[in-house]
Design a protein around this ligand. Structure first.
Ligand SMILES: [Mn+2]
Length: 375
Protein backbone atom coordinates (compact mmCIF):
# COMPACT_ATOMS: atom_id res chain seq x y z
CA UNK A 1 0.00 0.00 0.00
CA UNK A 2 1.40 3.38 -0.94
CA UNK A 3 1.12 5.45 2.21
CA UNK A 4 1.37 9.19 1.82
CA UNK A 5 2.70 11.57 4.46
CA UNK A 6 0.43 13.93 6.41
CA UNK A 7 1.75 16.80 4.33
CA UNK A 8 1.00 15.03 1.04
CA UNK A 9 -2.50 14.13 2.26
CA UNK A 10 -3.30 17.74 3.19
CA UNK A 11 -2.01 18.84 -0.19
CA UNK A 12 -4.32 16.33 -1.89
CA UNK A 13 -7.29 17.65 0.12
CA UNK A 14 -6.51 21.22 -0.98
CA UNK A 15 -6.56 20.01 -4.59
CA UNK A 16 -9.49 17.64 -4.81
CA UNK A 17 -11.74 19.09 -2.14
CA UNK A 18 -13.29 22.49 -1.48
CA UNK A 19 -14.43 24.45 1.57
CA UNK A 20 -17.90 23.32 2.79
CA UNK A 21 -20.69 24.14 0.32
CA UNK A 22 -18.49 24.70 -2.74
CA UNK A 23 -18.45 21.19 -4.18
CA UNK A 24 -21.22 21.91 -6.69
CA UNK A 25 -19.64 24.05 -9.40
CA UNK A 26 -21.85 27.11 -10.04
CA UNK A 27 -21.32 30.81 -10.58
CA UNK A 28 -24.66 32.25 -9.46
CA UNK A 29 -27.05 29.39 -8.65
CA UNK A 30 -27.42 29.02 -4.87
CA UNK A 31 -24.54 31.45 -4.26
CA UNK A 32 -26.63 33.24 -1.61
CA UNK A 33 -27.22 29.92 0.13
CA UNK A 34 -23.51 29.07 0.00
CA UNK A 35 -22.53 32.50 1.31
CA UNK A 36 -25.07 32.34 4.09
CA UNK A 37 -23.64 28.97 5.20
CA UNK A 38 -20.05 30.20 5.03
CA UNK A 39 -20.89 33.39 6.94
CA UNK A 40 -22.25 31.24 9.76
CA UNK A 41 -19.23 28.92 9.64
CA UNK A 42 -16.38 31.38 9.12
CA UNK A 43 -17.88 34.82 9.90
CA UNK A 44 -19.18 37.60 7.59
CA UNK A 45 -15.75 39.20 7.21
CA UNK A 46 -14.22 36.00 5.83
CA UNK A 47 -16.88 35.89 3.10
CA UNK A 48 -16.72 39.64 2.36
CA UNK A 49 -12.93 39.55 2.01
CA UNK A 50 -12.82 36.24 0.12
CA UNK A 51 -10.80 34.60 2.88
CA UNK A 52 -12.88 31.40 3.20
CA UNK A 53 -10.41 29.19 1.33
CA UNK A 54 -7.43 30.51 3.28
CA UNK A 55 -9.17 29.93 6.63
CA UNK A 56 -10.30 26.46 5.52
CA UNK A 57 -6.77 25.51 4.43
CA UNK A 58 -5.37 26.68 7.76
CA UNK A 59 -8.05 24.74 9.64
CA UNK A 60 -6.94 21.51 7.93
CA UNK A 61 -3.69 21.75 9.83
CA UNK A 62 -4.98 23.23 13.10
CA UNK A 63 -8.58 22.12 13.75
CA UNK A 64 -8.83 18.79 11.94
CA UNK A 65 -6.45 16.98 14.34
CA UNK A 66 -8.61 18.01 17.34
CA UNK A 67 -11.96 16.46 16.39
CA UNK A 68 -13.19 12.86 16.77
CA UNK A 69 -15.92 13.24 14.15
CA UNK A 70 -15.24 14.74 10.73
CA UNK A 71 -18.02 15.80 8.35
CA UNK A 72 -17.55 15.43 4.59
CA UNK A 73 -19.88 16.34 1.69
CA UNK A 74 -20.03 14.46 -1.62
CA UNK A 75 -22.39 16.57 -3.77
CA UNK A 76 -22.62 14.08 -6.64
CA UNK A 77 -25.82 12.69 -8.14
CA UNK A 78 -24.21 11.18 -11.23
CA UNK A 79 -24.90 7.70 -9.81
CA UNK A 80 -28.65 8.39 -9.46
CA UNK A 81 -31.01 7.60 -12.25
CA UNK A 82 -34.69 8.32 -11.64
CA UNK A 83 -34.81 11.91 -10.41
CA UNK A 84 -31.55 13.70 -9.73
CA UNK A 85 -30.99 16.55 -7.27
CA UNK A 86 -29.10 14.92 -4.38
CA UNK A 87 -26.08 17.04 -5.36
CA UNK A 88 -27.62 19.82 -3.23
CA UNK A 89 -27.89 17.58 -0.13
CA UNK A 90 -24.59 18.62 1.50
CA UNK A 91 -25.18 22.38 1.23
CA UNK A 92 -28.79 22.31 2.44
CA UNK A 93 -28.31 19.74 5.21
CA UNK A 94 -25.31 21.64 6.58
CA UNK A 95 -27.42 24.77 6.82
CA UNK A 96 -30.19 22.87 8.62
CA UNK A 97 -27.61 21.47 11.05
CA UNK A 98 -26.25 24.92 11.80
CA UNK A 99 -29.73 26.41 12.16
CA UNK A 100 -30.73 23.66 14.60
CA UNK A 101 -28.26 25.34 17.01
CA UNK A 102 -27.06 22.03 18.37
CA UNK A 103 -23.47 22.54 19.40
CA UNK A 104 -21.98 19.78 17.28
CA UNK A 105 -18.43 18.86 18.18
CA UNK A 106 -17.37 17.94 14.69
CA UNK A 107 -14.94 19.33 12.16
CA UNK A 108 -16.29 20.01 8.65
CA UNK A 109 -13.55 19.11 6.18
CA UNK A 110 -15.49 20.34 3.13
CA UNK A 111 -16.76 18.86 -0.13
CA UNK A 112 -15.34 16.54 -2.75
CA UNK A 113 -14.96 18.52 -5.99
CA UNK A 114 -17.56 17.24 -8.41
CA UNK A 115 -17.47 17.20 -12.20
CA UNK A 116 -21.19 16.48 -12.62
CA UNK A 117 -20.79 14.24 -15.68
CA UNK A 118 -18.33 11.87 -14.03
CA UNK A 119 -18.96 8.92 -11.73
CA UNK A 120 -15.80 6.79 -11.36
CA UNK A 121 -12.44 7.06 -13.12
CA UNK A 122 -12.63 3.44 -14.30
CA UNK A 123 -15.35 4.47 -16.77
CA UNK A 124 -13.11 7.14 -18.39
CA UNK A 125 -10.55 7.02 -21.15
CA UNK A 126 -7.11 8.57 -20.71
CA UNK A 127 -7.95 11.63 -22.79
CA UNK A 128 -10.96 12.51 -20.60
CA UNK A 129 -8.97 11.95 -17.42
CA UNK A 130 -6.24 14.29 -18.68
CA UNK A 131 -8.75 16.95 -19.78
CA UNK A 132 -10.43 16.88 -16.37
CA UNK A 133 -7.08 16.98 -14.55
CA UNK A 134 -6.23 20.04 -16.59
CA UNK A 135 -9.55 21.67 -15.61
CA UNK A 136 -9.38 20.73 -11.92
CA UNK A 137 -5.64 20.79 -11.22
CA UNK A 138 -4.12 22.73 -14.15
CA UNK A 139 -1.86 19.76 -14.88
CA UNK A 140 -2.87 16.84 -17.08
CA UNK A 141 -0.16 14.48 -15.77
CA UNK A 142 -0.73 15.02 -12.03
CA UNK A 143 -1.51 11.74 -10.26
CA UNK A 144 -4.91 12.71 -8.80
CA UNK A 145 -8.36 11.18 -9.46
CA UNK A 146 -11.04 13.29 -11.18
CA UNK A 147 -14.40 11.53 -10.62
CA UNK A 148 -16.34 11.96 -7.36
CA UNK A 149 -16.33 8.27 -6.37
CA UNK A 150 -12.60 7.97 -7.12
CA UNK A 151 -11.74 11.15 -5.21
CA UNK A 152 -13.91 10.04 -2.27
CA UNK A 153 -12.15 6.65 -2.09
CA UNK A 154 -8.67 8.18 -2.26
CA UNK A 155 -9.65 10.68 0.42
CA UNK A 156 -11.26 8.14 2.78
CA UNK A 157 -8.44 5.59 2.38
CA UNK A 158 -5.79 8.20 3.25
CA UNK A 159 -7.96 9.64 6.02
CA UNK A 160 -8.21 6.28 7.83
CA UNK A 161 -4.45 5.77 7.46
CA UNK A 162 -3.66 9.19 8.87
CA UNK A 163 -6.35 9.28 11.56
CA UNK A 164 -7.26 5.70 12.53
CA UNK A 165 -9.15 6.88 15.65
CA UNK A 166 -11.33 9.45 13.87
CA UNK A 167 -14.78 8.81 12.42
CA UNK A 168 -16.22 10.15 9.16
CA UNK A 169 -19.80 11.35 8.69
CA UNK A 170 -20.58 11.77 4.99
CA UNK A 171 -23.46 13.74 3.47
CA UNK A 172 -24.48 12.61 -0.05
CA UNK A 173 -25.12 12.69 -2.87
CA UNK A 174 -27.01 9.80 -4.42
CA UNK A 175 -26.39 6.45 -2.76
CA UNK A 176 -23.47 5.50 -5.04
CA UNK A 177 -21.28 7.81 -2.94
CA UNK A 178 -21.51 5.37 -0.03
CA UNK A 179 -19.56 2.77 -2.01
CA UNK A 180 -16.12 4.44 -1.77
CA UNK A 181 -16.71 5.50 1.84
CA UNK A 182 -17.81 2.08 3.09
CA UNK A 183 -15.13 0.27 1.08
CA UNK A 184 -12.34 2.45 2.54
CA UNK A 185 -13.87 2.02 6.02
CA UNK A 186 -14.04 -1.78 5.74
CA UNK A 187 -10.49 -2.02 4.42
CA UNK A 188 -9.21 0.20 7.25
CA UNK A 189 -11.09 -1.76 9.94
CA UNK A 190 -9.70 -5.02 8.57
CA UNK A 191 -6.17 -3.65 8.99
CA UNK A 192 -7.08 -2.47 12.51
CA UNK A 193 -8.41 -5.95 13.34
CA UNK A 194 -11.91 -4.69 14.22
CA UNK A 195 -15.03 -6.74 13.62
CA UNK A 196 -17.55 -4.52 11.87
CA UNK A 197 -21.00 -4.65 10.27
CA UNK A 198 -22.86 -2.44 7.81
CA UNK A 199 -26.33 -1.28 8.85
CA UNK A 200 -28.23 -0.03 5.80
CA UNK A 201 -31.52 1.89 6.13
CA UNK A 202 -33.30 2.14 2.77
CA UNK A 203 -36.61 1.59 0.96
CA UNK A 204 -34.62 -0.28 -1.69
CA UNK A 205 -32.11 -3.13 -1.43
CA UNK A 206 -29.54 -1.47 -3.75
CA UNK A 207 -28.46 -5.08 -4.41
CA UNK A 208 -28.54 -5.15 -8.21
CA UNK A 209 -25.28 -6.48 -9.63
CA UNK A 210 -25.46 -3.96 -12.45
CA UNK A 211 -28.01 -1.44 -13.71
CA UNK A 212 -28.04 -0.87 -17.45
CA UNK A 213 -24.44 -2.13 -17.57
CA UNK A 214 -23.17 0.15 -14.79
CA UNK A 215 -21.86 -1.67 -11.70
CA UNK A 216 -21.37 1.37 -9.43
CA UNK A 217 -24.57 3.34 -8.98
CA UNK A 218 -27.40 3.99 -6.54
CA UNK A 219 -29.03 0.62 -7.31
CA UNK A 220 -25.90 -1.55 -7.11
CA UNK A 221 -23.56 -0.21 -4.46
CA UNK A 222 -24.51 -2.72 -1.72
CA UNK A 223 -23.95 -5.79 -3.89
CA UNK A 224 -20.55 -4.33 -4.85
CA UNK A 225 -19.62 -3.77 -1.20
CA UNK A 226 -20.43 -7.36 -0.11
CA UNK A 227 -16.97 -8.76 -1.02
CA UNK A 228 -15.38 -6.31 1.42
CA UNK A 229 -17.45 -7.56 4.38
CA UNK A 230 -16.23 -10.53 6.43
CA UNK A 231 -19.42 -12.36 5.39
CA UNK A 232 -22.74 -11.28 3.80
CA UNK A 233 -24.38 -11.74 7.23
CA UNK A 234 -22.48 -8.59 8.23
CA UNK A 235 -24.92 -6.59 6.10
CA UNK A 236 -28.25 -5.74 7.79
CA UNK A 237 -30.84 -3.91 5.69
CA UNK A 238 -33.77 -2.15 7.36
CA UNK A 239 -36.87 -0.46 5.99
CA UNK A 240 -36.96 -2.23 2.61
CA UNK A 241 -40.32 -2.15 0.81
CA UNK A 242 -39.92 -1.18 -2.86
CA UNK A 243 -38.40 -4.24 -4.49
CA UNK A 244 -39.23 -6.35 -7.52
CA UNK A 245 -38.36 -9.47 -5.49
CA UNK A 246 -39.33 -10.61 -2.01
CA UNK A 247 -37.12 -10.79 1.05
CA UNK A 248 -36.47 -14.53 0.59
CA UNK A 249 -34.96 -13.94 -2.84
CA UNK A 250 -32.40 -11.44 -1.57
CA UNK A 251 -31.54 -13.30 1.63
CA UNK A 252 -31.06 -16.58 -0.24
CA UNK A 253 -29.12 -15.07 -3.12
CA UNK A 254 -26.79 -12.86 -1.05
CA UNK A 255 -26.97 -14.17 2.54
CA UNK A 256 -27.57 -10.77 4.12
CA UNK A 257 -30.18 -9.99 6.79
CA UNK A 258 -33.22 -7.97 5.74
CA UNK A 259 -36.01 -6.52 7.86
CA UNK A 260 -38.70 -4.93 5.77
CA UNK A 261 -40.60 -1.81 6.67
CA UNK A 262 -43.93 -3.58 7.37
CA UNK A 263 -42.26 -5.92 9.86
CA UNK A 264 -40.70 -3.00 11.75
CA UNK A 265 -44.06 -1.23 11.89
CA UNK A 266 -45.90 -4.43 12.96
CA UNK A 267 -43.45 -5.62 15.64
CA UNK A 268 -42.23 -2.23 16.83
CA UNK A 269 -38.77 -0.73 16.55
CA UNK A 270 -37.76 -1.91 20.05
CA UNK A 271 -38.29 -5.58 19.19
CA UNK A 272 -36.45 -5.17 15.88
CA UNK A 273 -33.53 -3.44 17.59
CA UNK A 274 -33.17 -6.39 19.99
CA UNK A 275 -33.27 -8.81 17.05
CA UNK A 276 -30.50 -6.91 15.20
CA UNK A 277 -28.38 -6.55 18.35
CA UNK A 278 -28.62 -10.32 19.01
CA UNK A 279 -27.61 -11.03 15.40
CA UNK A 280 -24.60 -8.69 15.61
CA UNK A 281 -23.52 -10.04 19.02
CA UNK A 282 -23.63 -13.53 17.57
CA UNK A 283 -21.12 -12.35 14.99
CA UNK A 284 -18.98 -10.75 17.74
CA UNK A 285 -19.34 -7.33 16.11
CA UNK A 286 -17.52 -4.45 17.83
CA UNK A 287 -18.19 -1.47 15.56
CA UNK A 288 -20.79 -0.50 12.98
CA UNK A 289 -21.14 1.74 9.92
CA UNK A 290 -24.64 3.15 9.38
CA UNK A 291 -25.62 4.12 5.84
CA UNK A 292 -28.90 6.02 5.88
CA UNK A 293 -30.89 6.54 2.69
CA UNK A 294 -33.50 9.14 3.59
CA UNK A 295 -36.10 7.27 1.49
CA UNK A 296 -36.29 4.53 4.15
CA UNK A 297 -38.63 7.04 5.79
CA UNK A 298 -42.18 7.30 4.52
CA UNK A 299 -42.67 9.84 1.74
CA UNK A 300 -44.68 11.92 4.22
CA UNK A 301 -41.38 12.67 6.03
CA UNK A 302 -38.99 12.36 3.10
CA UNK A 303 -40.62 13.77 -0.02
CA UNK A 304 -37.53 15.68 -1.15
CA UNK A 305 -35.68 12.67 -2.50
CA UNK A 306 -35.15 10.97 -5.87
CA UNK A 307 -37.49 8.02 -5.27
CA UNK A 308 -39.95 8.77 -2.44
CA UNK A 309 -41.88 5.66 -1.34
CA UNK A 310 -45.11 5.19 0.66
CA UNK A 311 -45.59 2.72 3.55
CA UNK A 312 -42.25 3.63 5.07
CA UNK A 313 -40.87 4.24 8.53
CA UNK A 314 -41.61 7.18 10.80
CA UNK A 315 -38.52 9.05 12.01
CA UNK A 316 -38.74 7.69 15.57
CA UNK A 317 -38.36 4.09 14.36
CA UNK A 318 -34.85 4.28 12.84
CA UNK A 319 -33.87 6.71 15.61
CA UNK A 320 -34.82 4.19 18.29
CA UNK A 321 -33.00 1.39 16.44
CA UNK A 322 -29.85 3.53 16.03
CA UNK A 323 -29.92 4.55 19.70
CA UNK A 324 -30.22 0.92 20.82
CA UNK A 325 -27.37 -0.07 18.49
CA UNK A 326 -25.23 2.74 19.90
CA UNK A 327 -25.79 1.42 23.43
CA UNK A 328 -24.23 -1.88 22.32
CA UNK A 329 -21.70 -1.07 19.59
CA UNK A 330 -19.43 1.80 18.61
CA UNK A 331 -20.66 3.75 15.59
CA UNK A 332 -17.41 4.51 13.75
CA UNK A 333 -18.67 5.51 10.31
CA UNK A 334 -21.94 6.78 8.88
CA UNK A 335 -23.62 8.66 6.10
CA UNK A 336 -26.95 10.18 5.14
CA UNK A 337 -27.75 10.25 1.45
CA UNK A 338 -30.36 10.95 -1.22
CA UNK A 339 -31.65 14.24 0.21
CA UNK A 340 -32.69 16.22 -2.87
CA UNK A 341 -33.88 19.56 -1.44
CA UNK A 342 -35.05 21.05 -4.74
CA UNK A 343 -37.11 18.01 -5.70
CA UNK A 344 -40.82 18.27 -4.92
CA UNK A 345 -42.82 15.17 -5.73
CA UNK A 346 -46.12 16.60 -7.04
CA UNK A 347 -48.20 13.81 -5.53
CA UNK A 348 -47.02 14.52 -1.99
CA UNK A 349 -49.05 17.13 -0.12
CA UNK A 350 -46.46 18.16 2.47
CA UNK A 351 -44.52 21.36 1.92
CA UNK A 352 -41.06 20.24 0.96
CA UNK A 353 -38.13 20.27 1.47
CA UNK A 354 -38.51 21.61 5.01
CA UNK A 355 -39.87 18.37 6.49
CA UNK A 356 -37.20 16.23 4.85
CA UNK A 357 -34.39 18.55 5.97
CA UNK A 358 -35.74 18.82 9.51
CA UNK A 359 -35.97 15.07 9.94
CA UNK A 360 -32.61 14.46 8.23
CA UNK A 361 -30.93 17.00 10.44
CA UNK A 362 -32.12 15.34 13.65
CA UNK A 363 -30.92 11.93 12.40
CA UNK A 364 -27.59 13.44 11.33
CA UNK A 365 -27.22 15.20 14.70
CA UNK A 366 -27.61 11.87 16.49
CA UNK A 367 -24.99 10.18 14.28
CA UNK A 368 -22.50 13.05 14.55
CA UNK A 369 -22.85 13.18 18.34
CA UNK A 370 -22.58 9.40 18.64
CA UNK A 371 -19.40 9.38 16.56
CA UNK A 372 -17.95 12.37 18.40
CA UNK A 373 -18.14 10.33 21.62
CA UNK A 374 -16.56 7.25 20.07
CA UNK A 375 -12.87 6.72 19.57
MN1 LIG B 1 -30.24 3.63 -1.48
Amino acid sequence: MNEVSRKEFLSKIKHYMTPPGEGVFTVHTASDKRQSLQKKMYGPDAVAHKRVRAIWEESLEKTLPLSNCVILGIPSDCGGGIQRGANWGPLYLRESLINSRENLKAYDIGDVRVVPHLLHDKYLNQETIENCRLALYQNKKVNLPVSPLSIAYDFAKNFHQQFPAKNLFMIGGDHSVSYPMVRAYLEAKKIQGKKVALIHFDAHTDLLEERMGIDLCFGTWTSQILPYLESPQHLVQLGIRASGRDRGHWETKFGCMQIWSEEIIAKGAGVIAEQVIAHLKNLAIEEIYISFDIDCLDQEYAGATGTPEPKGLSPHEPMLIMQSLFENFKITGSDIVEIAPLVRAPYIKQIEPETTLLVASSLATFLIQAMGLTN
